[in-house]
Design a protein around this ligand. Structure first.
Ligand code: NI
Length: 172
């Protein structure tokens, strides 16, 4: 498994629409493993393949790392089948938008389907953090960042903050 660098906004690659996975094979499992290693190394709870520069519809997640145990999940070609009218506002962050946290409103519950790391179809109803995180990661597959859900003013403030932090990290 290899830790790969995570791309940060405003990198244009983050706006790419990712392509469906045709066959869940060892290459895809290797990609998912690399994504998980990269996610854990960055102390994140979710990651989409495009965040390490691969435009494939693969998402990894581990929402339950509290006791030091890992419970990794892999979502391939995920689709939302149903979303509730009821919405929830949740504070979101993103490894591609470091150190910025903003409230985002999304459907509270969703029913989704995907393929697991063995290519088996899974259908599940999600709420709470899983629903929020799945929708956030699935946005990445469409080239959408959580910042795109904010008002124009909030988004431009966040992007300025991000640019400033990048300049401080990479002195000329
Ligand atoms: Ni993200």
């Amino acid at each position: 498994m290899t830790i790969r660098p995570i791309i940060t906004a405003p990198d244009p690659r983050l706006k790419a629409v990712s392509k469906p996975v045709e066959i869940v094979d060892d290459d895809i499992r290797k990609l998912a493993d690399d994504m998980l290693e990269s996610m854990y190394a960055a102390e994140g709870i979710g990651l989409a393949a495009i965040q390490i520069g691969v435009p494939s519809r693969v998402i990894v997640m581990d929402l339950d790392q509290k006791d030091g145990k890992r419970r990794p999940r892999v979502f391939i070609n995920p689709k939302i089948l149903w979303a509730s009218d009821e919405t929830t506002i949740c504070q979101e962050g993103c490894l591609s938008v470091p150190d910025i946290w903003e409230d985002v409103e999304r459907p509270s519950k969703i029913r989704a389907e995907w393929l697991d790391r063995n290519g088996k179809r899974v259908e599940e109803e999600a709420e709470g953090l899983l629903a929020t995180c799945l929708q956030h990661e699935m946005d990445h597959l469409e080239g959408i960042l959580f910042l795109d859900h904010l008002s124009r003013l909030k988004r431009s403030i966040a992007l300025r903050k991000l640019a400033k932090a990048k300049r401080l990290k990479e002195p000329a």
